[in-house]
Design a protein around this ligand. Sequence first.
Ligand SMILES: Nc1ncnc2c1ncn2[C@@H]1O[C@H](COP(=O)(O)OP(=O)(O)OP(=O)(O)O)[C@@H](O)[C@H]1O
Ligand SMILES: [Mg+2]
Length: 597
Amino acid sequence: MGRIQRLPSDLANQIAAGEVVERPASVVKELVENALDAEAGRVKVELDRGGVELVRVSDDGLGMDPDDALLSLERHATSKIRGKDDLFSLSTFGFRGEALPSIASVARVRLVTRPRGASEGTEVLIDGGCPAQVRPAGAAEGTSVEVRDLFFNVPARRKFLKSTGTEAAHVTEAVLVAALARPDVSFFLTRDGRSVRQWLRMATRRDRAAQVFEGERLEACVGERGPMRVEAHLGAPERARAGAVALHLLVNGRPVRERQLARAVAQAYGSVLEAGRYPIGVVYVDLPAAQVDVNVHPQKAEVRFADARPLFDAVTRELHAALARAFSLPALGASPRAWSVPRAAPAVDPAPARFVAEAMAGAPGDPWQLDPDSDPATQKSLAERTSVGAPAREPPGGPALFEGTGFYASLEFLAQVKAMYLVCAGPDGLYVLDQHAAAERVTFHRLRRAFASRTVTTQRLLIAEVVELLPTDVATLEERAADVAALGIELRAVGPNAVAVHAVPMLLARARPERIVRDLVAELGRAARRPFGDAADLVLATMACHGSVRAGDVLSREEATMLLRALDDVDFAGHCPHGRPVVTRIGYEELDRRVGR
Ligand SMILES: Nc1ncnc2c1ncn2[C@@H]1O[C@H](COP(=O)(O)OP(=O)(O)OP(=O)(O)O)[C@@H](O)[C@H]1O
Ligand SMILES: [Mg+2]
């Protein structure tokens, strides 16, 4: 007898489930997609205990007759494709015939279904892949699939599930994405018997986007290049987040996580978005089915494009035109530098920094993978952003800047220009400081010192500020409660998608509490699964950025002088914590030369 044997089908299904079914949200995604493929107009999702105990998805779609109901739970049984050519002209989410048998192999499943117009329904019970029981049953038209005790027979998997709050939040996300994909369908989400979300059918993608991103100002951008059409509803650059967690991409109506496409979208904002930050919103790219291969990823989260480069470029260009108008962005590729200092190292522009970081990183990282370890591009910027005392490049003006102490205090403050620059006279030339970069550097330094010694002074808010967040974000904040408190931020969850902020660090009193919390959430998201100590610098740097004097703030002579003095205390003052130069020098010889002396 040979050594090779065929695997029993329940084991084969469990192996397949390993790729398709990761958590309750993956079950929801598959079942909701099945409902949509069955032409449902209404889809209801119910969860108990984050979906670990129960997920039920009900639809008013086509339903199945008894034979189909039984077959639907068998591997490689599908009504959606017949032959190879169909793979390249898909109009359905599903095509593999794997989802239901995979789910049934790792949970207890009850499927109840009745075809439209039929007099009777069917019930199928299947337990961890064990033989199904079928019987006639009373049922509404459509299909309802109940999945209980997920991973009851795969303890190793069950152990990886997070808190019910986190799992429920992922489910909400899965339904939200489906809602973006299909504006013409109504979605209802119930958690432990309570209705938590409801997206009634809408006429257009634009209306659905507004409904899903309630309260956000989204800009509609529509463009076409050849056979490609792009429609996007995107937020303002200041609402951008670290990572692409709130940027949804749909290619031919299918939600995907394509990092290059996400970057193409971010690049449409030009230099105003820093490396690793992505706008919030939704982008629909539609192109001929033959130009996209959707059969490359077990969860169909990635696709492959026949002609990727030109496509991404076209997306960037098309979106840029509309975004630039809406948000007064600088032209793409232009570097808005009024004058340059020949001897100084080139100043760093955030946008080129992103391209450089990506180019150096080689393989681009996954902006949805919220672990900076796995994202080389993020890692690079992380290194830049935390390079205290270890400047990556020669500071402008040369090392002389940092010799001796009290250098900044010794500068003679002359004037503030454009509410942005502080112009000072020094012994060897004119010094121009970027007031925001300088203030940010000081705030960062002070915050960091206070955090290290656990002495962050807080300021209580007279009235707690309520900040609406994604449920995943609220769950993260709850999980990191101790770290958050150590940062000097006091907050409490008020419901599944909001927190109330009670206190903020005194040093950040100028920042809006909402901004502080959003920064915190974004950076914590990036730092997921890493020890908090590693993330703290990033959190502090981002908070310092928004809690400091900004471009546009008018400074008095006194404030400017205080800022100069404070800079002397900072370990390394040549760059702001985000890596932008704080100061630029024009030597007097250079001036002499320019005026032709
Ligand atoms: N809610 C539903 N209403 C009607 N038919 C359904 C429903 N869910 C599943 N089916 C039928 O069961 C079949 C198997 O579903 P399953 O999800 O396992 O595979 P699929 O959707 O064809 O492919 P994939 O594995 O890519 O999702 C489907 O092809 C469809 O005919
Ligand atoms: Mg399916």
